[in-house]
Design a protein around this ligand. Structure first.
Ligand SMILES: Nc1nc2c(c(=O)[nH]1)N[C@@H](CN(C=O)c1ccc(C(=O)N[C@@H](CCC(=O)O)C(=O)O)cc1)CN2
Length: 286
């Protein structure tokens, strides 16, 4: 039997209803959630993502500001803008769209964002909070993957999860979240000797390398959950993930599509972190 599709668009819709209800409560209490989105340069994909983020904010009743800067904006000027947003009481989350132009050091920018407003969960402090299980913001893409896995109803305790990819923004935090859910976690990467040896033992596979056809049907245990974080183009220019979807869906029990799987959840979890940030701020004042 082919795998069941894990629908990120449907789950996003459901979660956004709850986020909108929380935003309405906060607004009634005088604390409308606010997100600042900063884009530097003209990367076409980034322009679409920031537009979608601002639209999503409007849909759930958030206040948002979109600050767009030319690609030659200096690093110092960007850090100044972040410093101002850090103390802006109408802003509960600050998101700097990645990638940044080459002359700007992304880690300097990320570390300049106040941890209380780091709704991307990218800073060293946020990573430390995740690692130690402290309250903090989880990076949106892996956080969204966990929500997608939850919809299967399968308890991860004692399950073997294999993450393919070790980036600071997806692979590593994904491993930590799976570990927190009591899975046994293996992180594979470009130097892994025999990727299929590991993935064939996995109950859950998260593919996050950015290379299409990284995971094929022969590499998957029947009944596994497969989450595809990849965003690539095939030879015809069509969007595709890291997983050979048509082959793997015949073996796995649950699988996310690309598009329509992890992508929409990335924006939903950004909204979730922002509403959470506003709620924490209100709780501090009470
Ligand atoms: N500061 C950040 N920068 C970037 C992040 C991030 O989380 N924070 N993630 C990615 C891009 N990204 C959000 O910013 C993102 C990527 C993809 C999608 C999405 O909905 N994809 C759709 C397909 C879209 C298409 O047709 O092109 C899908 O998969 O269904 C949303 C957000 C890098 N930068």
């Amino acid at each position: 039997m082919p795998a069941q599709l894990i629908d990120g668009v449907l789950l996003s819709k459901q979660l956004r209803e709850d986020i909108a209800a929380r935003a309405a409560k906060l607004t009634a209490a005088g604390k409308q959630p606010g997100l600042a989105v900063i884009l530097v340069g003209e990367d076409p994909a980034s322009q679409v993502y920031v537009r979608n983020k601002v639209k999503a904010c409007g849909d759930v009743g958030f206040h948002s500001v979109l600050e767009k800067y030319e690609a030659d904006l200096s690093e110092a000027a960007l850090l100044d803008r972040i410093a101002a947003l850090n103390v802006d009481p109408a802003i509960h989350g600050i998101l700097v769209q990645m990638p940044l132009p080459k002359h700007i050091d992304p880690s300097k920018v990320i570390e300049a964002i106040s941890t209380a407003k780091d709704v991307d969960g990218y800073s060293v402090l946020s990573a430390g909070e995740l690692m130690t299980g402290l309250e903090g913001f989880r990076p949106c893409t892996p956080y969204g993957c966990m929500k997608l896995i939850e919809t299967t109803g399968i308890d991860l305790r004692g399950k073997h999860a294999v993450v393919i990819g070790r980036s600071n923004t997806v692979g590593k935090p994904m491993g930590m979240l799976l570990l927190q859910a009591n899975a046994t976690v293996t992180i594979c990467h470009s130097a892994t000797a025999d990727l299929g040896y590991h993935t064939r033992q996995a109950d859950v596979i998260v593919a996050a390398v950015g290379r299409r056809n990284t995971l094929t049907a022969d590499m998957v245990k029947p009944g596994a959950i497969v989450i595809d974080v990849g965003m690539n183009r095939d030879d015809a220019g069509k969007l595709c993930g890291d997983v050979d979807f048509d082959g793997v869906k015949e073996v796995a029990a649950h699988i996310t599509p690309v598009p329509g799987g992890v992508g929409p959840m990335t924006i939903t979890m950004l909204l979730q972190n922002t509403v959470e940030s506003a709620e924490r701020e209100l709780a501090k004042q009470r």
